[in-house]
Write a protein that binds this ligand. Structure first.
Ligand SMILES: [Zn+2]
Ligand SMILES: [Zn+2]
Length: 301
């Protein structure tokens, strides 16, 4: 039995069935296993409508890591696409990190086969570089910057109007707390309007906790991998525990925290690029784009 599936005195908030119910404290409701997936889908749909995340006829590219959050997102958007009148395709960036990257690409492929959607893959290796630390940038920040650049370029090539990522409530909360602790009052938005250098960016799981995506992929047998990047640093994720504790002490407090901080904080500026790369002409915040910066550093050795 799944840890979140508990016997509960009440009845399903949707169908009123009694017995074994799922309680996700962030939702403030108990649901039966049949009603749970539809409930999660409707929450995501409602955020997408309220935040004007799409227009009818849009093609939405979903950034698939191979992991469970983006797998849940793809499954949810696939369930919603007819009603929202959008098309969806999968996008995957293979970061060339050995076996981990192979397993991740295979998981994204299995997921797209399962859903019957197209998958487009872009590879770091095709750029003639490999991910490693450069100057003061650590490996994970180089990887993140290169991945964003590769996905932006892929959406431009494919004429995809919207790029959706699987960031969950847990990711957003952690970002907000790190910002507060370092005096940086900025937060990612659920939706970023398109700019000349990139498509509209959306985070449909902004208010969906990982507890819900975990259960969603398990209940519906959605393919994903839980293999972990060799560079994964648990210390970077330690703040997630703090919010688990807060949620346990004060149910629904974490969602309220995210709503309040979203109002109080400025948009995160990392994705707004004002310049173009002196070598390749792609958008960047610096003299060179992340890919050319890496190539220059590696050619110098
Ligand atoms: Zn029910
Ligand atoms: Zn460049």
């Amino acid at each position: 039995m799944h840890s979140r599936l508990v016997f509960h005195d009440g009845s399903c908030a949707v169908c009123k069935a009694e017995g074994e119910l799922i309680r996700i404290s962030e939702f403030g409701k108990a649901l039966c296993a049949e009603c749970f997936p539809g409930f999660v889908q409707r929450r995501v749909e409602s955020l997408m409508r309220r935040r004007l995340m799409y227009e009818r006829g849009d093609t939405i590219g979903i950034a698939l890591s191979g992991g469970k959050d983006s797998a849940a997102l793809a499954h949810i958007m696939d369930a919603l696409h007819a009603r929202l009148r959008i098309s969806i395709i999968g996008l995957h960036a293979n970061m060339g990190l050995g076996e981990f990257s192979d397993i991740s690409e295979q998981a994204a492929t299995r997921l797209c086969d399962h859903l019957g959607i197209e998958l487009h893959v872009t590879r770091v290796a095709d750029e003639g570089v490999r991910i490693e630390p450069v100057g003061q940038f650590r490996q994970c920040s180089v990887c993140g910057a290169v991945r964003r650049a590769l996905l932006n370029r892929l959406t431009a090539r494919l004429d995809v109007q919207v790029l959706a990522t699987g960031h969950t409530l847990d990711d957003i909360l952690q970002f907000m707390l790190k910002g507060i602790l370092s005096g940086r009052l900025e937060a990612p938005r659920p939706m970023l309007e398109p700019a000349s250098h990139r498509p509209r960016k959306i985070k449909p799981l902004y208010f969906t906790p990982e507890a819900a995506t975990d259960l969603y992929v398990d209940l519906l047998d959605v393919p994903y991998t839980d293999s972990v990047c060799p560079e994964f640093d648990p210390a970077g994720h330690r703040f997630k525990e703090i919010f688990k504790l807060l949620e346990a002490k004060a149910p629904m407090a974490t969602i309220q925290f995210a709503h309040t901080m979203l109002k109080a904080m400025k948009p995160a500026e990392a994705e707004e690029m004002q310049r173009t790369c002196a070598i390749c002409g792609e958008p960047t915040n610096a003299t060179y784009c992340p890919i050319c910066r890496l190539r220059r550093a590696q050619e110098a050795h």
